[in-house]
Design a binder for this molecule. Sequence first.
Ligand code: MN
Length: 191
Amino acid sequence: MSLKEYKKKRDFSKTPEPKGKEKKKKTKNQGKFIVQKHDASRLHYDFRLEINGVLKSWAIPKGPSMNPEEKHLAVATEDHPLEYLNFEGIIKEGYGKGAVIIWDRGTYKNLKDISMDKAYKKGDIKIELRGKKLKGGFALINSKFNGKKKNWILIKIKDKYAKKQDILKKDKSVKSGKTIKQIKKNENRKS
Ligand code: MN
């Protein structure tokens, strides 16, 4: 668990993102999660789980789905600091340039009988999400991970929360109530 790569990619005199700090905290069977909608060079959703003092992170081009029949690619990216749980705004230049909103956040519960850290290393995560939009069981799978192969799959587990309607239509921030478009408009007014 390290924020080295996170810090290397960013110039904190220019980005509004938090510099953050690794926390010495062992995740037991629950933690926080967040999904940020990020209008970068390509729109994607950043899915992050608190594991042992950092946010393990994945970029999901198609976003999460509540439909168990849809398997969505989730590409592992660098660990982010826990301070990122509050980040919403516009990255004006540099790495990750674009607007970010907190699309969903809440807590998760580990559904496996091994630690989250071990589940991550095995590429076999099963969790229950308690967010405002995402609820119920989800699996994040990468049978060949070993810290290398970056392509995971995110799948909704069949349960009472599963549904076919497109959850991404709920496009407002759970923090500010604003869409990506509205955040950008606000920023333009300021400058
Ligand atoms: Mn991103």
